[in-house]
Design a protein around this ligand. Structure first.
Ligand SMILES: [Zn+2]
Length: 174
């Protein structure tokens, strides 16, 4: 039985919708340019250590000034993986700063807590537009095809599909 959506995700989705709207993230058909959200929120985005197994990190500052927050991405990984990590680390910064209050590192084999799952859900929500998901469903695309079109790992497409089912978006937008 797959893990169900994080608590209050439908509430969080409304905040994410506002960000998507303000940054025009879901305009166009191709991969979502999440860098627009980083610019809008004034969060730095940089290359991190290019070591195997390291995905990225969300760095906060002690003064809690968001303009001093920074996300590091391992640019040796595939662009699809880099994009997922961008969304994941951004999720930590906009959602978990108060609970974590420390830097968050993402790496292979890390303990998969509920916050990590939520960060992946947020990444999926930002990087897989509902419009693309519905289009892919209508055209009988495979998940692999949609993942390739959006340049994201397949797991994000699968996660976004589950979110759509749980939020009942597939019925309401048809
Ligand atoms: Zn994380």
């Amino acid at each position: 039985m797959p893990q169900s959506l994080p608590l209050n995700f439908s509430q969080k989705a409304k905040t994410l919708d506002a960000l998507i709207h303000m940054c025009w993230l879901h305009i166009g058909d191709g991969p979502v340019n999440l860098e627009k959200a980083f610019e809008f929120l004034n969060i730095g985005l940089d290359g991190g250590p290019q070591v195997s197994g390291f995905h990225g990190a969300a760095l906060i500052s002690r003064d809690e000034d968001i303009s001093n927050y920074k996300v590091l991405i391992n640019k040796a990984e595939s662009t699809a993986m880099q994009r997922k990590t961008q969304g994941h680390e951004l999720a930590h910064l906009i959602n978990h700063v108060t609970t974590k209050n420390r830097a968050c590192f993402s790496y292979e084999g890390q303990c998969y807590s509920s916050e990590e799952f939520e960060a992946d859900c947020i990444s999926a929500y930002l990087l897989v537009p509902i419009g693309n998901l519905l289009y892919a469903a209508r055209e009988s695309w495979t998940g692999v095809q949609l993942a390739a079109a959006l340049d994201v790992p397949l797991e994000l497409v699968n996660l976004r599909f589950r979110i759509a089912l749980e939020l009942d978006e597939l019925n309401s937008q048809r």
